[in-house]
Design a protein around this ligand. Structure first.
Ligand code: FPP
Length: 228
């Protein structure tokens, strides 16, 4: 496959950790743990391929409503996991960008995540965006409020893009959702205007390089017309 046909920005809704675990009579947190390994593998594959931007939906604004034990386990897993993985991200020259209402996280988790983001900020390789406490509508409200605070009375599409959490990140070319669900779930609502969608039947922990390649193959076969 030639590089020209590769998406510049891939975004992924990593769905199905719970069901992956349930199928194996394991606790849901075991699914998240395996899901984290799949995330690491996906980051490495994308970075090796020369993908410029990878965005993953790790924790939605709605996920706060899950059972307290699962939320705490996810917080631990995500902050510890990212901290442990940061030296590898550094070696790979990967920049980290956190998207969402990170202030809702308890201080220790917030500090760990922001610390990794700051440490990797000057890197020039792939940009890895992790959506945490993220919601697409919430992001638009955030952008509109910022514009109001700037005293804007007439706003352009460029103004909106420049005030989202994703400011400076190009719109995704390909959005993948795993686990056989066909929903957007409040993910990158503004940015997905011209994205191609790909739905994989496998649960997120089983989304390996072969599955990623299938998504890329489907993407390259599609003709993007942008309404023309
Ligand atoms: C969706 O599966 C997955 C999540 C809510 C958590 C995603 C987190 C990871 C994969 C860990 C990666 C972490 C980082 C920091 C990138 P689900 O629990 O909704 O599964 P279900 O629909 O089968 O119940």
């Amino acid at each position: 496959m030639s590089d020209i046909t590769l998406p510049k920005h891939i975004a992924i809704i990593m769905d199905g950790n719970g069901r992956w675990a349930k199928k194996r009579l394991m606790p849901r947190t075991a699914g998240h743990k395996k899901g984290f390994d799949t995330f690491v593998n996906t980051v490495e594959t994308c970075s090796d391929m020369g993908i410029e931007y990878l965005t993953v939906y790790a924790f939605s604004a709605e996920n706060w409503n899950r059972e307290q034990g699962e939320v705490s386990a996810l917080m631990e897993l995500m902050s510890r996991g990212i901290t442990k993985y940061t030296p590898d991200l550094m070696r790979r020259n990967i920049r980290l960008k956190l998207l969402g209402d990170i202030d809702r996280f308890a201080e220790k988790y917030r500090n760990a995540l922001r610390g990794a983001e700051d440490y990797l900020a000057a890197n020039t390789g792939m940009t890895l965006c992790i959506c945490l406490s993220y919601g697409g509508r919430q992001e638009l409200v955030y952008a509109f409020n910022r514009l109001a605070q700037q005293g804007k009375t007439e706003i352009t599409a460029e103004d909106i893009s420049a005030n989202l959490y994703t400011a400076g990140v190009p719109d995704p070319d390909l959005i993948i959702r795993t686990s056989g669900e066909y929903r957007i779930s409040n993910f990158l609502l503004w940015q997905s205007a011209y994205a191609e969608y790909y739905f994989a039947d496998v649960f997120w922990p089983d989304f390996d390089e072969k599955e990623l390649q299938k998504a890329l193959d489907a993407y390259t076969k599609r003709e993007r017309r942008y309404g023309r």
